[in-house]
Design a protein around this ligand. Sequence first.
Ligand code: MG
Length: 335
Amino acid sequence: MAEIITLAHGNGGKLTHDLIKNIFMKHFSNDILLQGDDSARLELPAGRVAFTTDSFVINPIFFKGGDIGKLAVCGTVNDLAASGARPLYVSCGFIIEEGLPVSTLEAVVRSMGETAAACGVRIAAGDTKVVEKGAADKLFINTSGIGTIPDGVVVSGANAKAGDVIIVSGTLGEHGCSILLERETLGISASLASDCAPLNGMTERMLAATRDIHAMRDPTRGGLATALNELAAQSGVCMRVFENSIPLKEETLGICELLGLDPLYMANEGKMIIIAPATAADNILETLKQDRAGRDARVIGEVAASPPGRVIMKTITGGSRILDMLAGDQLPRIC
Ligand code: MG
């Protein structure tokens, strides 16, 4: 086995096959991949099919709390979970920069295999391409995912209604903050780690406890403020949130204050926004708190009829502040 990825690893010949056998099959092996055909044949349980895709270009590829492989699986699984789906199958496409150590690739692939197993999904298809030095930065991964939505589950960003409560599953901004600290030499030492985690176990338990969930969204790039703006626009409602209810770690607040950043716009990779009738809130919170990823869940606001498409925050000092979508790029290559 070579120690460095070369262009020949992506040409479909012997080295590609070595890579598939010694790296991908070793960590992903399952009966679907072993079919060895041009496409995977999948069994799907009854229900509507949810299908999503995402590309991962994060820099650096290893960070406190995760790596690009774990992030790729969690990102795709969480988008399926946000639709009320039970994630089942994931595909992965690797674009590798020539010169990447094989051991680095294997560490990422191992992490993907472990994360997929932890989520209960199978990696059912994959592809590898190698590009010349400088044509990519180390490693990019695309993942797609398929899941099924059980009968009776109707969760959509368009379904938020006036009178609903807005719940978040935990403290916000940690992925964005921790990647920023990894990348810059700011002289700040922090224990903050990315919150990168799969959420499908948590959402499945919640949907088993109540079908009274109108909308969900994972607040990734652009953070809470951007995700709430998307939901407000999609549902044609106003999202009102209370600053003193928004869960933030002291450390996140401190770093954001120091750098002049707003934690409400910082990315999360292991949090869910849940919008549901007020009568279901206690039941939802109780279920969320049973999960590690939902320990700090709480109600942060409510849905109002107007002004439609707006997100308004009641500040700690009693004022009102309009939270707009993220403008510009707070931090590129965050996921
Ligand atoms: Mg999403």
